[in-house]
Write a protein that binds this ligand. Sequence first.
Ligand code: ZN
Length: 246
Amino acid sequence: MKATRKIGYPKNFFTTIRLSFLELNKYIISEKILPLFFKWMLLSFYILIMSSCEANEEDTHPEDISNFMLIENPEKVIKVNLFYVESETSIHQSDYHLDEAEFFEYLNGYYFHKYGIGLELAQSQSLVNDELYDLRDNRGGEPSTFFMQCADSYEKDKLNIYIIKRSNIIGIAGMGRSQRVLLTYENLFTSTSPHEIGHALGLFHDDETVNIMSTTLDKQSRKHFNHVQEEKMKKRIDMINTNNAL
Ligand SMILES: [Zn+2]
């Protein structure tokens, strides 16, 4: 008799488990869970196509003038919007003092003109956004915060560079649908800028330490794009300029 009871108990137990599982399935398929699931999938996808680069080490202006070259008419030109991110309170006492011409000369002269790629300033403007201004409050969630907070201001047919002062990270680039770059003010004149722009023009990381897309900690060693990267960026610029960017 005891044996029968023992057999009976697990049977009921598993039936209970199976029924609970069916209930759970019904709940998952119900309207409550599915939209949440899709939202989660969408967010994961966004995070996947974002690239953020973290580093703590200081980096200085590369003085290797032999690597500097400006040309008259670059083959591919991409227009660039600059956004100075401000907070409601900082806007009245802005302390961004970027020499924009010098910044573009730095980017073109050291990193882009030698490949026939030219970055050209379209517009520079202030953008009041408290979330972005204090991005360091969003530790761990910087890429998704950046992606969401610049969704309304960026222009699809430009490269959009957002400059911020307060961050835990030195740069983020949005790839895929958007050519957006976020750079920390103090890192503008470092290889982080062309690195993030490379991401925003569709490039992934590269293992060679001299490659601009390398993740090496010695950022001064990053000097070149390879031929495949050059072609990829040019194709992307064509797509952006014809408004056919993905
Ligand atoms: Zn990177």
